[in-house]
Design a protein. Sequence first.
Length: 273
Amino acid sequence: LLYTHAHAHFPLKKNKLSFFTKSKMAFYKDVTPDDVLELNRPTDGFLCPLSANSYGIEFIEFTIYDYESKAILFEVGRDNPPPIDMDNIDLNNMDENMYRKIKYEFSEDVLRLPFISTTLVFSVGDQPVEDFRMIERHYFRNQLVKSFDFTFGFCIPGSTNTWDALYALPPMDEGLISEMMANPYETHSDSFYFVGDKLIMHNKATYKYIAEDRAQAKRSYDGRGSKATAKGAKGAKYDSDEEGAPAKAGAKQAKGAKFAAQEDVWSKEEDYY
C-alpha cells in the first residue's frame, strides 16, 4: 500500500547551503532534506548533477488545473513537448539548463485561486524507490513565500505512476500580487527530490503572471479544456526548457499495482507565510 502525506515548513534563519554553486555539485551526496528546508532564497545553481538520478525516474506528463472548475492552466508531456528557448541556454552547460528549468506563464487569476491541483505521470527504473519525497520552495525575489513537503512512499520497480496533488492557497496580499505581476520571472521555485535522505533530482522554475482584462468575460486560459472533459490543452502558453518540477500528493500505481492514497489539505497558517 502507498500512503502519502505532506507538511508545511517555516524558513530558518541559518542556511548552511549558501556556499553551494554550480561548481560545487560534487558535494550533493551530503545534501539532506533538512538542509533544503533551511533555504530562504533560490539556489544559485543546481545542488546535484543529472547523474544523481540513479533510480531512472522519468517525468512523462505534467498538468496544472483549477481544482474547482477543472480548467487546465498548463500541460506538458511527451505528446505536447515544451518549446526550447535558445536565447536563455548556456551552451557550455546545455544539459543542466535544458532539462531542469521551466518557465511558466500564468494568468493573474492563478494567484487568487483558493486551490490548484496538479497531476504528474512518471516512471521508475529497475530499482525499488522507497520514501520518495519532494520538497518545493517558492520565492519572490529572495523572499520565501511558501514551502511544501510531500512524502510519496514506495514505488515498485518498472512501474508507471500517477500522482495528484492539491495545493491550498490562502489569499495573498494584493501588493505582493502586483509586485509579482510587475516583475516577470522574478518569482522562482526550487524542487528537490529525495529517495530516503539521498538527493536525486533538483529542478527549477520561474513564473510570469499576465493581467486579465476585467471587462472581458473570457479569460486568457479559456479554451484549453478541462481535466474532466479533455486529456489536455495543446494551446497552453509556456516557455520552457525542462519537463517540469511538480509536487504531488495522492497516488495511483499503474500496471495493476494495488495502492492507497491519502491527501492532506493544509490550513492557511501552515500553507502561507
